[in-house]
Every structure is written in C-alpha cells, then in structure tokens.
Design a protein around this ligand. Structure first.
Ligand code: SIN
Length: 509
C-alpha cells in the first residue's frame, strides 16, 4: 500500500515553496508531489510580470500596497488577509533570494521595479518577462535535492478520499492514475495540499495552459469543502490575438507599465473615456473597456502600440514577448500588436483560512485554487505569486504544528475505478470541451447572463460525456472534462447567487 505523510497535488510555485519549507523544517516527514504532466508544466511557468513587494519606504509603503489591493478588489477583499500578505512580502522575497532566484536590477544596482495596472507605485520585482519560470526552476532545483520529497510526474489525481468519524471529516488519501503503468492506484496520507492552479481552460480565450482544468476545485467540491467567489474570473486585457489558438500568448501588464498604449482600429487611445488612469487602470476596467470598443468596431480585437518606446530598452526588458511577436510576424518596434482580453486568473476558489486550511482541517489549498480573501472581485497585478508564497509559508507552519493529530487511516481501499480505457478518445472530448468553452464564454460575454440556460446546456454536455464512456471506465480526457464540468457548474451557480443578491439588495433600497 502506498503512503506518504504529506501529499501535494500540483507542482507550481505554491506547492513547491510549501514542500521546500516543510521538508526542511520536518525531515522526519515524507512528502510526495503529484503532478499530472511534467513537474515544470505549470501555470507559474507562464507568469511574466513578477512579484509585488514593498522594498523601499521613501515613496512606497505597506499602506499604499494595501490600499491598491483593496481598491482593485472592489470592496470584496478580507482586509486582515490583505495586510498579512503584504506585510509578509519582504520576508518571503528574502527566502526566494536565498535560494538564488534572480530579479532584475538597474544600473545603480537597485531593484528594477516595474509598474503595473492598479499600482500607485513601481513595486514589481521581475526577472525580465519570465519571472514565473525563474522562480519555478530555482524551486525545482532545490526540491530535487531534498531527500524527503519525491516528485511523481504523470500521475493524475482523480479524487480525494475522506472519512467521517463522530461528525469530524478528515482527508485520508487520494485515488490517482499512474499514466506510465496505466493503472489506477490509491495513496494513504495524513495531510493533503491542493495546489492545482486555476480553470482558464473553461474559456475560449485564455492565457492559461491546457492543464488549467479546475481539478482542485472539482475534487474539493466533491469532498464537501466550501468553494467561494468562483464568479470572479479575471480577464487579462492584453493577450495576443491569434484567432482560435489555445492558450493565447500573454503580453504582460508590465508592457503598459513601460509606456505602451492601447488603441482602437482608428489607432486612437480610448481608455481615458473609462478611467482617468488610462492604460494603468486595473484589469477588470480595461478588459471591459476593450470588450465595449470591440463591440462597436468592425474588428474582433484592439491593438497594443509600443512603437513610440525605445526599441533596445523594450527588447532588454521583454525578450520573450519580443521574440514571440517576431515569430508570428509582428515587430513591436514597427507594428501594432493585436490584442484581446482572455481569461487569466480565478480570483475565487476553495475557501481557506489564514493558514490555507479548508473546511476539512487536514486538507489545505494554496495558490490559485484557493480563495484566501486577498483578491476580492479582481486581483491586483503581480499579487498572485506573492499570495502563493505567503500561503505556502502559512500552511507549512500550520502543518508542522498540527500533523501529529492526524494518523494514517487503516482502512483498505480498493480503487473505485478499476479499469482505464485504453482507446484514445481525445478527439471526442476535445469537441465536448470546445462546446463547454462556447457555453461559458457566451455566458460571460452576454449582457443578460442567463444562468438557467447555461446550467441546462452544461448538464446536457455532462450526459453526453457520460454516454461516451462505458460504465466504470475512465480516461484522462474524461477526468479533466468532468473536473471542468463540475467547476463550470459552480461558476454559473455562484454567478446566479450573486445576481439574486444584487436584485434583492436593489429591492430593499
Ligand atoms: C502579467 O505579466 O501581466 C501577468 C502577471 C499577473 O497575472 O499578475
């Protein structure tokens, strides 16, 4: 029987940082990091911007960063959490620096602090335009050398197992699919950390990689854990427009902080009509403004204009963006860059406390899959890597204190899913996935947001998916598609609840 003291599901920044911290503090504990593809295929890897940290007190302060975060979150943040995260940022940054993570400096040897939408100060530490990749690689390097941590690649968790005794539920293990051996197995554990990322793949236009299928949300919901604020999906205003490509290439917010303009088909800037901050307004405001502009134009995109910027300096700051644009025939020095808003970040998720603990005490959620209260309705740019670090730290400290309360369950569990279907049904599920993306995208972009209609359509897709497989047989596309369906239903339900609340409070005025 397989067992590990701590099972971490997902290998992005939050899971790796958690593993690094707890493994060092508690060499007596065994850790397994399970990841459904290779360890480096994560959302973190694609994070371009960086980490928002107050690093100087001359012009910046915790109070300003806190205020910017609260304003971006539009009255829906938890102020205590915002304060905790922002005040912890310098300490977590120091830990990244200690493991050799590199952030850019200017010619005076000071941090080259970037500016992004919604920030009142330059405070983004970045590694050119590939900050996530730099952090991911440094963390992986450490983890691979840590004796009490194993990384199991190509292992897809299917479901969590819980047990309830005297009204107390604990998480006792997980069923997973070992792709290499084509077997479904079970692992016993004393603590589970969900660090499974987001659900951007539910949308036609997304910056998230193919793995972002809401897996953690679906598993947590199935285990009966509270999920909140899933209606708040953040759209990034500047994804490179490329027709039906999935994912769309991200053009960092930092490019606007560097001075790029957003222009319409007449090559006119239009954002000041919507917000006095223009290109430096928050993402929600800019994305909505772009969508309006597109509706009133003959094109299905607008443009990012970088032509007035110093080309050498632009290239030095944004080498990945420049080379990607050039690879598709766009030269940022000479050409307008076509852009569209794309689903980018899930602001809600699995409800956790200040330690990352869910409503099941030995089940934690950290990183994008968690709803911590930091982001409210709209995340401030470059606050997500920071949140991941802080909550990984909090969770590690809490697991250290509490894990002794949880023992391995002695129940022998036969995997509930005895067979894996060998046939390659990727195509069938690719079509179903596209249909689901159409439903969710149409729902989010329509003015009336008919939740009942979307609900019915998703249920029909569910029935079709079930009829695609024989009883008790599962496939990887089926697991991912089921997770997407479950997540989609939660999103629609929470949108509907929010609409009802709004209608009720309007009626009470
Ligand atoms: C970006 O570089 O615009 C993305 C960073 C983030 O999502 O905060």
């Amino acid at each position: 029987m397989l067992k590990t003291d701590i099972l971490i599901i997902g290998s992005g920044i939050s899971g790796l940082f958690f593993a690094m911290k707890i493994a060092k503090k508690r060499p007596d504990l065994s850790l397994v990091i399970m990841t459904k593809e290779t360890a480096k295929n994560t959302n973190t890897r694609f994070a371009q911007g960086g980490i928002a940290v107050v690093t100087e007190n001359l012009t910046d302060s915790f109070a300003q960063h806190i205020n910017d975060t609260l304003q971006a979150g539009d009255g829906h943040c938890d102020e205590n959490i915002v304060k905790m995260v922002i005040e912890q940022a310098p300490a977590r940054l120091r830990e990244l620096l200690e493991i050799g993570t590199l952030f850019d400096k200017n010619e005076k040897g000071q941090w080259d602090l970037g500016l992004e939408g919604g920030h009142s100060q330059h405070r983004i530490l970045h590694h050119k335009d590939s900050s996530g990749l730099e952090i991911e690689e440094k963390l992986l390097k450490i983890i691979k050398k840590t004796p009490n941590v194993e990384i199991w690649e190509n292992h897809q968790v299917i479901d969590l197992n819980t047990e309830t005794k005297k009204d107390k539920t604990t998480c006792t293990g997980a069923f997973f699919y070992d792709k290499k051996h084509n077997r479904i197995k079970y692992i016993r554990t004393r603590t589970v950390i969900l660090s499974t990322g987001g659900c951007g793949q539910l949308f036609e236009n997304t910056t998230n990689p193919k793995i972002a299928t809401g897996d953690g949300i679906a598993m947590a919901a199935h285990a009966g854990v509270a999920i909140e604020d899933m209606q708040y999906i953040q759209f990034h205003p500047t994804a490179l427009y490329a027709g039906k490509e999935n994912p769309l290439f991200l053009i960092s917010e930092a490019v606007r902080g560097f001075g790029a303009h957003i222009v319409n088909e007449d090559q006119k800037r239009f954002l000041f009509k919507y917000d006095l901050r223009g290109e430096l307004a928050t993402r929600d405001i800019i994305s909505r403004a772009i969508s309006k502009e597109i509706q009133n134009s003959s094109k299905n995109h607008v443009y990012l204009d970088c032509r007035h910027l110093d080309a050498d300096s632009f290239h030095a700051h944004f080498p990945v963006i420049t080379s990607h644009c050039k690879s598709v025939g766009i030269d940022p020095e000479k050409d307008l860059i076509p852009i569209v808003p794309a689903a980018h970040y899930q602001c809600g998720g699995i409800k956790v406390d200040q330690n990352g603990s869910t409503t099941i005490p030995n089940l934690y959620a950290i990183g994008e899959c968690a709803r911590t209260g930091l982001h409210g309705k709209n995340r401030l740019a470059s606050n997500s890597l920071l949140e991941a670090l802080v909550f990984a730290h909090q969770a590690a400290a809490n697991v250290d204190k509490t894990i002794s309360k949880f023992i391995f369950s002695t129940k022998i569990l036969i995997p509930k899913f005895p067979k894996v279907q060998q046939t390659n049904d990727y195509y069938a599920f690719a079509i179903l996935k596209q249909e689901l993306q159409n439903v969710i995208t149409a729902f989010y972009t329509s003015n009336d947001r008919d939740a009942d209609l979307a609900f019915e359509k998703i249920k029909m897709l569910n029935n079709t998916a079930i009829s695609q497989i024989e009883a008790h047989e599962i496939t990887i596309p089926f697991i991912e598609f089921s997770n997407m369906l479950a997540t989609a239903l939660i999103i629609i339900k929470q949108c509907k609840e929010e609409n009802n609340n709004r209608t009720r409070s309007r009626a009470n005025i």
